[in-house]
Design a protein around this ligand. Structure first.
Ligand code: DGY
Length: 324
């Protein structure tokens, strides 16, 4: 890089990553750590060579509505890029990158956390204990569902889906059933003792737990809807660490309220951080505030991965994680 490119970081990042960024780039940080709005983005697109956004930045057609942007690269901090309108970015000549691999383990760990918590009624138990309402051990108290040895359906068998399968199969002896857009190689399925089915409809009735690991965005909006929730076994559990819009929350609230499924664990929400008030009333639901990648190790690795992409882009135009 002959001169240091100007870059905008849209949210605060781990200190170690911000420090390395400052060495190699003219970096501006959003010190208030508040989400930027459309006008902020249109302004930034005229000033910066690269913008480093994340999931809380809605980079839709309105935010990208600048006819001749200075910005050449949107180097996203995160693996999901459903918040970026790729078609409009392409029309404006803007390259987009993401941060795969580095968050697969921690996201799968959170999916396991939710699965265990909801099946074993850990949220209910903790609420009871903190409210001073625990009256002591008894054989019929807060009886949950056994996870070990049960059947887990995984929708979306990319890196995170496979990390989930590894934990569930090798750690908990679970039988794995997979649905994925493309055919999964036999040796990959064999590594987790998994079988692949063609459709979501084939998967749902077979599973005690269903975990979502597909991308978000328009194509998968409400992939899990009322009719599909009805196809789940009575007593089965739904886990979503993918994107909020993948689940029709209204239909989920119905299923949870009428106990047509056993429960759910959600790390992501449609329109987050706003939470549909009726979700809060469901006791058979465990909710976390989008913590999938939230470990020190992973958040640093995500930042360094963005820097690798930035440096590669400005050195030779070939970032490793080019989405388009
Ligand atoms: C991701 O990387 O997509 C996480 O959900 C955080 O954005």
């Amino acid at each position: 890089m002959a001169t240091k490119p100007n870059v905008l970081v849209t949210r605060r990042w781990p200190k170690a990553v911000e420090a390395r960024l400052e060495q190699n780039f003219n970096a501006d940080f959003n010190l208030a750590d508040r989400p930027l709005n459309h006008a902020d983005f249109r302004d930034a697109l005229t000033k910066y060579d690269a913008i480093l956004p994340t999931v809380t930045d809605k980079l839709d057609a309105e935010a990208l509505d600048v006819s001749k942007p200075r910005t050449e690269l949107l180097a996203n901090y995160g693996v999901g890029f459903g918040h970026i309108d790729l078609d409009v970015a392409r029309q404006r000549g803007i390259t987009v990158t993401n941060t795969p691999d580095v968050l697969s383990d921690c996201t799968a760990d959170i999916a396991m956390t939710l699965m265990l918590m909801v099946a074993r009624r850990a949220g209910e138990g903790e609420r009871e204990l903190r409210a001073g309402q625990w009256t002591g051990w008894r054989p019929t108290h807060l009886i949950g569902t056994k996870v070990s040895g049960a059947t887990l359906g995984i929708i979306g068998f990319g890196r995170i889906g496979q990390a989930m399968a590894r934990r569930a199969h090798h750690g908990f002896g679970m039988k794995i059933v997979v649905q994925n857009r493309s055919k999964v190689a036999p040796e990959v399925l064999a590594a987790y003792g998994a079988t692949q089915v063609d459709t979501v409809e084939d998967l749902l009735p077979q599973c005690d737990f269903v975990s979502l690991h597909c991308p978000g965005g328009g194509a998968n909006r409400h992939l899990i809807n009322g009719p599909r929730l009805d196809m789940m076994k009575p007593g089965a559990f739904l886990i979503n660490t993918a994107r909020g819009e993948v689940v029709d929350e209204h239909a989920l609230i119905q299923a949870l309220s009428f106990d047509t499924i056993g429960g759910a664990g959600l790390d992501v929400f449609d329109g987050e951080p706003k939470i549909a008030p009726d979700l809060l009333q469901c006791d058979n639901l465990v909710m976390l505030p989008h913590l999938g990648s939230a470990t020190r190790e992973t958040r640093e690795a995500m930042g360094f991965r963005v820097l690798d992409n930035l440096e590669a882009y400005f050195n030779d135009g070939n970032p490793i994680d080019k989405v388009q």
